[in-house]
Write a protein that binds this ligand. Structure first.
Ligand code: ZN
Length: 326
C-alpha cells in the first residue's frame, strides 16, 4: 500500500479544483436543475439543499470532509426502500460516473482519462504490484488506456460521491474488481491512499522455509513474504493496516514474488554483503547519485515519493533494508 503519487501531493487540491471547474461548466448545473424539480415534487427539498450547499465539497473535498457529507445526506434518505432507491437513482444521474468514465469522442474533454493522466500514477496504490498506465495518443486523437477508478466510499451506497476527486482511486483491475468490489470502506477502518500509506508502519519481511531459500537458490514456493506491522504504533492504525492487508490479500500476493526476493539475496551473497559497494568499485564513473546506483542495482526506485512509478518498489526497498543491502 503506497500513497498516490506522493510527489504531487501538493498539487492534488489544484487538480481537484480543476475537476470541479470542468464539471461545473455545464454538466452539473444542468443535471442539478432536473434533480431540483424531482426533489420539489417528491418532498426532498432539504436533501437538495444539502447537496447544493455542499456541491464543491462533494466534488473536491478531502476524504474527511466527504465523510461529513455522508453523515448529513444519510440522515435525510427516506426509510421506505422503493422511495429510497428511486432517490438514489436520481442522485446517480446527477453525479453520473458512467458518463464521466466513458471514452469521450472529444479528446480534449475532461473525463476519467484526463483526470488520471494528471495524477500520473504508474502503479496501483493498493497493491503496488500492477502497472496503472494512462495512454492518450494526442496525434491519433485517441484515448487508449487508463486504470480503473476505485471508489473508496462505494458509489453503489453513496452515489453522490461517484465523481468526487478524493473518492476516485486509480487502481489495478484485480484490487478494484476482484478484491475490493463494494466492500464498505471508511476512514476509521481503512487506509486512504490519497492521504496515507504503510510507510515505516508496515514493512515487508521474508520468511524462508529452507536453507536454499535463505541463500536464494530454492525453486520451491514454500517461503512467505509478509507485512510486519510496527508494534509501537497505536491500535487503531494497526487495525486499519491489517484491514487493508486482508482485503487486498497482500501477504498472499507478495508470497508469489519470492523469486524477486531470492534474486536480491543472491546479489547480496555474491557480493559478500556489499553489493552496492561492489558495483561502485567496478564502475566508479557510471553513477551520478546514490539513487541511480540503487535503481541500477535493484531495478526500482529508492525513495518513497517515487514508489508509485514502478510495481514492487516498496517490496524492493523493505527487503533491501532487511538484507542489509542499503
Ligand atoms: Zn492493485
Amino acid at each position: 500500500m503506497i500513497q498516490i503519487n506522493k510527489s504531487k501531493e501538493l498539487e492534488f487540491q489544484q487538480i481537484a479544483e480543476l475537476h470541479f471547474k470542468k464539471l461545473n461548466e455545464n454538466l452539473l448545473p444542468t443535471r442539478l436543475k432536473l434533480f431540483k424539480e424531482f426533489c420539489e415534487s417528491n418532498n426532498f427539498q432539504e436533501l437538495y439543499k444539502i447537496i447544493q450547499e455542499n456541491l464543491k465539497i462533494i466534488i473536491c473535498g478531502k476524504p474527511n470532509e466527504l465523510e461529513k457529507v455522508i453523515s448529513k445526506v444519510e440522515k435525510l434518505l427516506p426509510n421506505e426502500e422503493d422511495r429510497k432507491q428511486e432517490l438514489l437513482r436520481k442522485i446517480s444521474s446527477v453525479f453520473n460516473y458512467g458518463a464521466f468514465s466513458e471514452k469521450q469522442e472529444d479528446i480534449g474533454k475532461w473525463d476519467a482519462y484526463r483526470l488520471v493522466e494528471k495524477l500520473g500514477v504508474n502503479s496501483c496504490p493498493y497493491c503496488n504490484c500492477q502497472y496503472t498506465f494512462t495512454i492518450i495518443d494526442e496525434d491519433k486523437n485517441e484515448k487508449i488506456v487508463r486504470p480503473p477508478l476505485d471508489h473508496f466510499f462505494a458509489h453503489s451506497i453513496y452515489p453522490y460521491l461517484a465523481i468526487s476527486f478524493y473518492n476516485l482511486i486509480p487502481a489495478c483491475a484485480i484490487c478494484n474488481s476482484t478484491f475490493k468490489r463494494d466492500v464498505e470502506f471508511d476512514l476509521e477502518n481503512f487506509i486512504h491512499p490519497y492521504i496515507e500509506e504503510f510507510g515505516f508502519n508496515a514493512k515487508f519481511t521474508f520468511i524462508p522455509d529452507s536453507y536454499e531459500d535463505l541463500i536464494g537458490i530454492s525453486k520451491s514456493h514454500n517461503s512467505k513474504t509478509q507485512l510486519r506491522i510496527n508494534p509501537d504504533i497505536d491500535s487503531s492504525l494497526k487495525n486499519r493496516i491489517n484491514n487493508n492487508i486482508a482485503i487486498f490479500h497482500l501477504d498472499d500476493i507478495y508470497s508469489q514474488h519470492d523469486d524477486y526476493i531470492k534474486e536480491m539475496i543472491r546479489k547480496q551473497i555474491i557480493a559478500s554483503g556489499a553489493y552496492l559497494d561492489m558495483l561502485l568499485k567496478q564502475y566508479p564513473d557510471a553513477f551520478q547519485s546514490k539513487e541511480e546506483l540503487y535503481q541500477f542495482a535493484f531495478g526500482n526506485f529508492p525513495n518513497e515519493e517515487d514508489f508509485h512509478k514502478r510495481p514492487l518498489s516498496k517490496l524492493t526497498h523493505d527487503i533491501a533494508e532487511e538484507l542489509g543491502l542499503i
